[in-house]
Design a protein. Sequence first.
Length: 420
Amino acid sequence: MARARSVAIIGGGIGGLTVANALKQIGMSVSLYERAPYFIPTVGAAFGLQPNGQISLAHIGFKDQIEKIVNPIHKWQVINENCEVVAKTDELREFGKRFGYFMGGALRAELVDILKEPLEKSGILYYSHNMTDIKQDKDGVTISFDNEKQQKTVRVDMVIGADGIRSTVVKQIFPQTAPPIYIKKNIFYGMIDNIDEQTSINPIVREKNTITQNFDHGEFLTYPAGDKGQCMWAVLYSADTPPSTNDDAEWTKMNNQHELNQCLAKFRQSHPVHECAAATDKQRLLHFGLYYRQHRNDGWHRNRICLLGDSCHATLPYVGQGANMAIEDAISLATCLEKNNFEMEPAFQEYYKKRFNRTKRVVNISRYMGLFYHSENPIIRSIKLPVISWLINSGMMLKSLEKEMYGNCPVPIEQKNIVK
Ligand SMILES: Cc1cc2nc3c(=O)[nH]c(=O)nc-3n(C[C@H](O)[C@H](O)[C@H](O)COP(=O)(O)OP(=O)(O)OC[C@H]3O[C@@H](n4cnc5c(N)ncnc54)[C@H](O)[C@@H]3O)c2cc1C
């Protein structure tokens, strides 16, 4: 059976960086190729680095560094259009304490810095390498890269496609794959520095360690991210077309003031989205369309090439788990390779078996939550807030979070009475 010692990872997103570290630690000869000249595309954006992602990163030795960049979330509240709290739970703090990992917000750039450092030090992270072609035979894989300066080929035993939702690796090994699906929703996504100083923003939204949501028009969301008082806010709204005509521009700087004005006009003047937008530097406001991929159910590998993260199961952002799933994939794939003595076929099969149901559930839940939040059906609109309030106030939401984030995390943790 074919055994792998050298591996090339295509794509230096959260998934690619995590798997590069994990495989390096178990003794593989790793090289990571990122098409961007440096990690600018994600600078300025935040994301929910959830307990399952943190536990998985701690498993490969990043616990202390991660703790420093995660702003823990203790409280969850839902507000109405007048910024009055209509549902809340303070239980997230206890919940986090029980397991030693809190739900939290982090800056993407800070996580990337942590993950790239060991790779840069070892000289195995190659920027400006755009993978264009990949061919495999019975002895190995030949990868071609193209950029302004050079054309280059690399020969390795194994390849991991971690190149995101518009994966070139997928196009090469599964040419029949349908393109990502645009759900006719866009998002404005802003970062506010030093939220404490932004006294024009309603204090309810500025509450520390708190995630705030509103569902009057799609979804409005804020949470703290980073350790210097930064706060992210986003509004997810219905649209006919995505903001950019360039398919590759996933993180597009805001350049459509007209669409922003139209989006904001739907909200009452008392809604905090206006205050958040006014307090955000234009350079820190992103605008993009929401896409997902049909979950791959025909395997995530072909011979020596295997996929992870958004390349095989890109999810919508409604449950904030896409990057966390990519992190989990990375740890799971490394574990399967080591357990199978680096024999690719059994390792890839085991990895797919372990990851399929979990990722499919996340993709589906996120999709259905999106449909529910944005529904214009009058009956659904009328029950939306009572249902969400009941889920939060009754503790049902916490129970399901506990199950997904701790109980089903692929890395077992010490826990008391965990919901399985
Ligand atoms: C609005 C929004 C909010 C989100 N919020 C959250 C959240 O709160 N929590 C969460 O967990 N997830 C969130 N996500 C999802 C998360 O961003 C993705 O799921 C995650 O980034 C996927 O990681 P990845 O490594 O698979 O791919 P990516 O992060 O997309 O990385 C792919 C990398 O591959 C590189 N690449 C692409 N093609 C090539 C090529 N041909 N050659 C070389 N390199 C290439 C790209 O430049 C990129 O660096 C959100 C997504 C969106 C859209």
